[in-house]
Design a protein around this ligand. Sequence first.
Ligand code: ADP
Ligand code: MG
Length: 357
Amino acid sequence: MINFDEQIRRALSDAGYNSLTQVQERAIPLLLQTKSVIVQAKTGSGKTASYVLPLLQLGYPSLVITPTRELAGQVSDEFKKLGKYKGINVATIIGGVGYTSQLNELRSAKIVVGTPGRLLDLWSKDKLDFSQFQAAVVDEVDRMFDMGFVDDVRMILKHTTPKVFGFFSATVPPEVESLAREFSRCAELIKLDEYKPVEEVEQRFVETRNDWTDKVSKLRELLNSNRGKIIVFTRTKERAKMLYNSLWDLGYRASVMYGDLPQAKREQNLRLFREGKRNVLVSTDLASRGIDVIDVDLVVNFDAPRDVETYIHRVGRTGRMGRNGVAITLYTTREREIVNRMKNLSKKLESKETANS
Ligand code: ADP
Ligand code: MG
């Protein structure tokens, strides 16, 4: 086991982290030696602590960039949890909320976690100096490309002067590697897990008519036969809103998340789901990345994901840390082709494994 200092060891034991996960075993020693890393490791495998722990131990002023506000909050919480005996202050710098408390937090924060827009906003107003950071991490880094954040991320990283960089995701396509190499030419590429959903999740696919009523009735069957926590993903915010309303009309106590919702509502709705006060969360892909609700049993893709990466990450909201889960994808004739690619992610590898053994 890595030789963490006393304060971190106590926090680890409080958190119930009795042993390190595979990605933590690989990434932490490198980061502690200030070697930069690009890490592909499966969903729910503990990537957050694999950078949080070494950054706490190094004691560097550090910046973590995430694609969504909720994920920034979650990463901040991990820093607070594992850094609680170090008395380290963390600032969460996200959009959709006021400036005052963030500016206060920034005054004493050694760790800053944020989304690209607000980070740049404060930087351009001279309220935040990127050059103070000696470590920089981009979590869910490939998602920055889809969301059009990649130039913002580049801009931020260009103004930091870190000794060490980390780039993390369950899906690291080649463009991520080249982005990382712009900043750290000899970053070590760690590909721990294959580009596919976690094996603990049973994947099912159900063809439906391209028809709201048909989909809702399929969904109701699923909701009625599952008592645990369920996340239902839709393609658009309009559909998320509509489905949320339909579910309440039908007597389900659902929660909902999408981008246009006021930030306080977004957070409250996620909290209600996390705490089990709502057992169904309807969401756009806002919740598809990084969100760690450890006891989600079922993921339903009410609308098929737009690409295989989105599929891998949505499915990864269940089956976390070795737990079991089920993911059910409803799809229409039009989506057959893309859904075949999703099915093949796991199939191809299985047949390769059989051939090898
Ligand atoms: P990832 O970023 O790889 O999807 P997370 O960092 O969100 O995964 O971690 C998934 C879950 O595992 C979290 O609930 C976290 O608290 C827990 N976890 C992380 N590291 C450990 C560990 N060493 N031992 C036990 N649980 C852990
Ligand atoms: Mg993560």
